[in-house]
Design a binder for this molecule. Structure first.
Ligand code: MG
Length: 316
């Protein structure tokens, strides 16, 4: 039972007992009435403290509440996503006019001669980049549950995710400019059909030439995103990488907060130019880094690990 339910179930009982005790005490001589009121006040205060404590516990057990509400209700979220895709279109046009331009670290390392004559492509992640899965997070909050592969795949198979604001218009601009659109996702191969259904129902271009949707483990060795990015890099000049997670752009990002920051700095000229990032405060490798990717820890331990990363910067 969640803490809110505990509060609702037991609060009437405790209040009832408190009132009963008060009623019994009113039968005592009048001189004890001050003590009775005082005792009653103490009970009410302690009850209020217990309720506050349980409410706080209930709140802390729902770490997705604000981030999910932000994605679902804030014009600031939708505006940020549109801003990202607006920038993506500007940079795509810039990349098209410069045959040495690439968003791929692998292509950059191999040199421009290895890719400059290849047809252009943009590579987009799927979850929280083109498809909005915040309803799944909303269900977890409402049902007091946490992420499980089974419930996640059940949601994916519904194929009812809405588009991330700005994503559809961007992909159509890419097609109009002769740019291949590739969706590179860590969704498993067994939900690729549902993913394609969802994308096509929303009007996203899915042009298999030869493969527009690259899912995890769809082919041997296709577990990490890096091998799939290499598959794209062998066939296209990658104008842009678009995603919500560091892993959509670079390898070896499941490491400490400090190491991720250092690695990000090494690619600072890519962000906002060749790499276009969408906001995702709900989940991602940034969150895993807060607890060394130990997702199986008890909730309280996870909470403690996260608190250790807070920087209150109190005055000396
Ligand atoms: Mg994603």
């Amino acid at each position: 039972m969640n803490p809110s339910a505990v509060v609702s179930r037991f609060l009437p009982v405790v209040v009832g007992l408190t009132l009963l005790a008060a009623a019994c005490q009113t039968t005592r001589p009048p001189q004890s009435s001050d003590r009775t009121v005082s005792a009653l006040q103490e009970r009410v205060d302690s009850l209020r403290a217990a309720t506050d404590s349980l409410s706080r516990a209930a709140y802390l057990r729902k770490p997705f509440l604000h981030s999910t509400l932000w994605a679902q209700t804030a014009v600031e979220y939708a505006g940020t996503a549109r801003q990202a895709y607006g920038l993506a279109e500007i940079m795509m046009r810039r990349g098209l006019t410069d045959s040495t331009w690439t968003a791929s670290i692998e292509q950059a390392e191999a040199g421009a001669e290895s890719y400059r004559t290849k047809p252009p492509a943009v590579v987009l992640d799927v979850d929280e980049t083109v498809l909005d899965n915040s309803p799944y997070q909303a269900r977890l909050i409402r049902d007091d549950e946490s992420y499980e592969p089974e419930s996640w795949k059940a949601w994916v198979r519904e194929a009812r995710a809405d588009p991330v604001p700005g994503a559809r218009a961007f992909t159509h601009a890419a097609v109009q400019n002769g740019v291949q659109v590739i969706y590179l996702t860590n969704r498993d191969a067994d939900v690729e059909a549902a993913t394609r259904t969802n994308l096509e129902a929303l009007g996203f271009p899915v042009d298999d030439a030869p493969d527009a949707v690259l899912t995890q483990a769809e082919r041997p060795g296709w577990e990490p995103k890096t091998t799939r990015r290499q598959w794209v890099a062998d066939r296209y000049r990658i104008l842009l990488l678009i995603g919500d997670n560091f892993g959509d752009f670079a390898a070896e990002v499941d490491t400490t907060v400090a190491a991720r920051r250092q690695r990000s700095q090494a690619f600072r000229e890519y962000w906002g130019a060749r790499w276009i990032v969408l906001p995702n405060a709900q989940y991602g490798s940034w969150e895993g880094a807060l607890h060394d990717f130990s997702y199986g820890l008890p909730p309280l331990r996870l909470l403690e690990a996260k608190h250790e990363h807070l920087h209150p910067k109190r005055p000396e």
